[in-house]
Design a binder for this molecule. Structure first.
Ligand code: AHR
Length: 660
């Protein structure tokens, strides 16, 4: 009763102080170049508490409806939010996990003690094959976290071979004996986890060398290319990032970052506005961390080839009463939904560097999407944020500029509103808005640049109480609703964003694209100029004199080249068949770049082995200027320029599209 009265009182207090603030927002669809990598919406599942066991894996004999031992209800829910990638088996667990204990007949698998999480017995009934089956059922990419802390180089090397090789070898024979004929071709591999802590308490210099060493023996087999993710910093440890970039660049495709918003020792739903504000403040630190780690990375990797992978993030509270403290089981409230939206907006807005993120964790642990109790399952407010934000996956990032009022609490302030936006392949513009202020409505005056809107719809996630949450008894207290508090205005729209809410608007309309060029009497083929010299990067062609020039049908290396130490500049026009989003790819050894209408689209510069880089442009049908640079130093040689577009599968740019 006391609790009930307190809740009513807090609600009345909030209502009494509710007021509206004005906010301006500019959504600028003019320079659409960067895709929001869908992997930002990734998940993490560790052998921790009831994440894997009971939450996902119940075994084939369970009464809980399952497919090959994996819960059907959980899979169905995960498919709905389009989980793109799943990290496993840890976390701290990964650095004590010996993968060979988790393959072969279940009854023969040895048990181990899960020393990190509750000291419980791990019977290894969920291992490599089961995890890959889980990913198959969800339809997501697997991301293995390798054991560097207590495992050998050989052990990790053999895991990659077992999973990815189709050669004849003891590892591939073992895999076939265990029922899997063909390799799975897993791309994402982590080299240890939190190696500065539970993963071995290493110093960055030592770990950077371990990254080089372990990474060397994580081999690529056939077409199965690897994306190696090195262990990165915790929160604001910029020194770690600095040392890794200095000492291990060239040995990793991604560098991780972990940041948890911890609270003051209270359970998830037990807080007042002070607890709300503290969690918002802690969460919004992510903006600072991502910005500063990216700046450190930029100094060593200005072309942003190494991804920042935020492979653990979320809220962390005291566990629910009566549960094992080592199981990290917590409820999930409206406060968590808001923090999830803030983080996803931050990642979207840093999508040039942040190309994967994995919330901790997927089921029953920390800021979970799903909570289970025997055969029951509920979806958390955080799940619903992932659901309404999924429209940003692989969409083109749109720049937003917000002038936000402050959310003030006890003389401290935070920006009340944050947002991100993107345009999907159908030309729909999605704007995700988040109001962290539990008392004030944000009246948003939104200007749309270079986008003609025809109609708008929206979804909202909000609640009357800060600690509103879903329970097994009341599973739908916090769930998305239709949102209609907006109106179209000249040049944009106005939106009334309620206190503590997350809104995703869907705008149907079209981008105002720059017009195509008028070309009189275009001739087939692309012009080229051939140069000789030694370069480490693409030369400044304008200051050089070409040895010869001519016309080629397509982007190919001209014959009669010197074999090494030469460069080619191509220029002409590409005829785009229909308005839409096009992705340009260049695979090259050594460096290349591609410019459309004076905008640098693909940067694949520098001396390197065969590497593919890609980027996108939204183009109007018709002629556009295209320029490609290529240089060859020594060693191998490769050069392919491809395109993918609306109803056009990825292909080498056809000769019929090229003119001069
Ligand atoms: O997600 C829980 C734990 O938090 C992970 O195992 C570890 O990597 C981090 O410290």
């Amino acid at each position: 009763m006391k609790k009930y009265l307190a809740a009513i009182l807090s609600l009345l207090t909030l209502a009494a102080s509710a007021h509206a603030q004005t906010c301006t927002l500019v959504v600028d669809a003019s320079n659409l170049r960067i895709k929001i990598n869908k992997n930002i919406y990734g998940q993490f599942s560790e052998h921790l508490g009831n994440c894997i066991y009971d939450g996902i894996w119940v075994g084939e004999k369970s009464k809980i409806p399952n497919t090959n031992g994996i819960r059907n209800d959980v899979i169905e829910a995960l498919k709905r939010i389009r989980v793109p990638v799943l990290r496993w088996p840890g976390g701290c667990f990964a650095d004590e996990y010996h993968w060979k204990d988790g393959i072969g007949p279940h009854e023969k698998r040895p048990a181990m003690i899960n020393t990190n999480w509750g000291g419980v017995t791990e019977d290894n009934s969920f291992g490599t094959h089961e995890f890959l089956e889980l990913c198959r059922q969800i339809g997501c990419e697997p991301y293995f976290s390798g054991n560097v802390g207590s495992g050998t180089v050989q052990e990790l090397s053999q895991w990659v071979e077992y999973v990815n090789s189709d050669n004849v070898s003891p590892m591939t024979e073992l895999r076939k004996k265990n029922g899997q004929e063909k390799s799975w071709g897993v791309k994402y591999w982590g080299i240890g986890n939190e190696s500065w802590g539970c993963g071995g308490n290493m110093r960055p210099e030592f770990y950077a060398d371990q990254t080089r060493r372990y990474g060397t023996y994580m081999r690529e087999y056939g077409q199965n290319k690897l994306f190696k993710i090195a262990c990165g910093a915790s929160s604001d440890d910029y020194q770690w990032t600095e040392v890794m970039m200095k000492n291990a660049l060239g040995h990793m495709s991604g560098l991780s970052l972990h940041h948890y918003a911890f609270n003051d020792g209270k359970t998830a739903a037990d807080f007042n506005e002070g607890g709300w504000f503290a969690m918002m403040k802690n969460t919004l630190l992510m903006e600072e961390y991502v910005t500063k780690h990216s700046a450190v990375m930029d100094a060593y990797d200005p072309n942003k080839k190494v991804a920042l992978v935020v492979d653990e993030w979320g809220t962390w509270y005291k566990v629910e009463p009566g549960t094992n403290p080592g199981f990290l089981f917590q409820q999930n409230t409206m406060r968590d939904a808001i923090t999830a939206a803030c983080n996803l907006n931050i990642f979207n807005n840093h999508c040039d560097r942040v190309r994967m993120a994995n919330i901790a964790q997927m089921v029953n642990v920390l800021q979970a999407m799903i909570l289970t109790k025997e055969d029951k399952m509920i979806l958390t407010p955080t799940y619903h944020v992932f659901d309404i934000f999924k429209v940003h996956q692989n969409a083109l990032w749109v720049k937003t500029t917000v002038q936000s009022p402050d959310y003030v609490y006890n003389n401290e302030k935070l920006p009340a509103m944050n947002c991100s936006a993107s345009i999907d392949e159908n030309g729909k513009l999605h704007i995700s808005l988040c109001n962290i202020d539990p008392r004030s409505t944000q009246q948003i005056d939104c200007e749309l640049k270079k986008y003609k809107v025809q109609s708008v719809s929206g979804q909202i996630l909000t609640a009357n109480e800060m600690n509103a949450h879903n329970s097994f008894e009341k599973p739908n207290v916090v769930a998305p609703q239709k949102f209609a508090k907006f109106s179209l205005s000249k040049g944009g729209l106005t939106v009334s964003l309620p206190p503590m809410s997350v809104v995703v608007l869907e705008l149907e309309g079209s981008c105002e694209l720059a017009s195509a060029l008028e070309i009189k009497n275009p001739k087939s083929g692309i012009l080229y100029e051939y140069y000789e010299g030694y370069w480490k990067n693409l030369p400044a062609f304008n200051g050089l004199s070409a040895k010869r020039s001519g016309v080629l049908d397509q982007f190919v290396i001209p014959d009669n080249n010197s074999g090494e130490n030469f460069a080619v500049r191509y220029s002409g026009y590409i005829k785009i068949p229909t308005d839409g989003l096009y992705t340009f790819y260049i695979n090259s050894d050594d460096g290349t770049d591609l410019v459309i209408d004076d905008n640098l689209i693909v940067d694949n510069d520098g001396q390197h082995a065969s590497v593919e880089q890609s980027s996108t442009a939204v183009l109007k049908a018709g002629y556009h200027q295209i320029k490609v640079g290529f240089f060859q130093a020594g060693g191998g040689k490769a050069f392919d320029v491809s395109i993918e577009g609306p109803n056009i599968a990825k292909q080498i740019i056809p000769a019929a599209w090229l003119f001069n």
